[in-house]
Design a protein around this ligand. Structure first.
Ligand SMILES: Cc1cc2nc3c(=O)[nH]c(=O)nc-3n(C[C@H](O)[C@H](O)[C@H](O)COP(=O)(O)O)c2cc1C
Length: 320
């Protein structure tokens, strides 16, 4: 998620779930080709399995960027056909590509020719005045014919006129049934549903209709729910018993970042939501958001913040 996630966020989420597929935020094909690659697409081996999401609509540039991503070791290339921002529309990519399935298909085909990795597409159910019954099928059929391996569908339209990107994640109504119908029409094609899914219970309910669930804001804002993904959704063992042991296991990653000259806040900014809803969560967040942003803040500060939650829990047990 642009402006929210980065490699540190992914490393943290990977500590919480070993099995989920993680995605980068969208990086434009031209940035991958011409930009500082270590900064833009660098990642740690522990983040696997990991998909790079590309933005663009020039098949040659996307093919080149996909080849670079493959050489960097990504597990999947995902093409963004869902971002509604003005800047992205100005570049003729993102959600406005819902209107041009043939071009998206050429992009997918060009990437497939270049890499042996899965090439997947994340799209909306339509944009503006489009009829989602027609628009989603048209996009799906075109990209599948071009070799796309999976479709991830954010189950609402993007309204390209008059709504901000933030409003476009909330205001156009969700239509999960439209995504279920896509899956019924294309039983052989892996379909992943996205949009407004806030819990693993909801995720499990969707899995009766589709092959996968993508969590965006819920994963970022309440990362604790990821702790049970491996057992609940993959039938595997969860990597940690609780959030306290997950944070302890993540400490060496943070320590390495600090000794390389990085700041605590680079990482803990992605951890602010960890104890959401628990006693002590506010004190935890306050510690990280005040003392935790100071340049000299070290790992003890994180420990002290986590202790706020631990102490609040102990107090609660004593009272009970
Ligand atoms: C701050 C922010 C940035 C986002 N950036 C991207 C992005 O780079 N690529 C993308 O495909 N979707 C992006 N999204 C959309 C989410 O991936 C997701 O489709 C949307 O938020 C709906 O799912 P959710 O309700 O689970 O969050 C972003 C969402 C947010 C909140």
């Amino acid at each position: 998620m642009m402006d929210w996630t980065d490699r540190h966020c992914r490393a943290f989420h990977r500590t919480l779930s070993a099995r989920s597929l993680l995605y980068t935020e969208m990086v434009t094909a031209n940035a991958v080709i011409h930009g500082d690659r270590e900064r833009l697409i660098g990642f740690a081996a522990a983040e696997h399995p990991l998909a790079l999401q590309l933005g663009g609509s020039d098949p040659d540039a996307l093919a080149k960027a996909a080849a670079i991503a493959a050489a960097w070791g990504y597990d999947e290339i995902n093409l963004n056909v869902g971002c509604p921002s003005d800047r992205v529309q100005g570049g003729n990519f993102g959600a406005c590509l819902m209107r041009d399935p043939a071009l998206v298909a050429r992009c997918v085909a060009a990437m497939k020719r270049e890499v042996g990795l899965p090439v997947t597409v994340k799209c909306r159910i339509g944009v503006d005045e489009q009829d989602p019954e027609v628009a989603l099928d048209a996009l799906a059929d075109a990209v599948l014919a071009a070799g796309a391996d999976t479709l991830t569908v954010h189950a609402r339209k993007a309204w390209l006129q008059g709504l901000s990107p933030k409003e476009n994640r909330d205001i156009p109504p969700l239509d999960y049934d439209r995504v279920y119908r896509l899956k019924r029409r294309l039983p052989q094609v892996p379909v992943i549903i996205n949009g407004g899914i806030g819990s693993l219970e909801e995720a499990q309910a969707h899995l009766a209709h589709v092959d996968g669930v993508m969590l965006g804001r819920a994963a970022y804002q309440q990362p604790e729910i990821l702790l049970a993904v491996d057992s609940r959704l993959f039938g595997a063992r969860d990597p940690h018993e609780d959030a306290f042991s997950a944070v302890a296991a993540f400490e060496p990653y943070i320590a390495a970042h600090l000794s390389a000259g990085g700041r605590l806040h680079d990482i803990t900014r992605h951890m602010l939501g960890l104890f959401t809803g628990r006693p002590g969560a506010r004190a935890y967040r306050r510690r990280l958001a005040t003392d935790g942003v100071k340049p000299e803040a070290g790992i003890e500060l994180l420990r002290a913040a986590v202790d706020e939650v631990r102490r609040a829990e102990e107090r609660r047990i004593l009272v009970a």
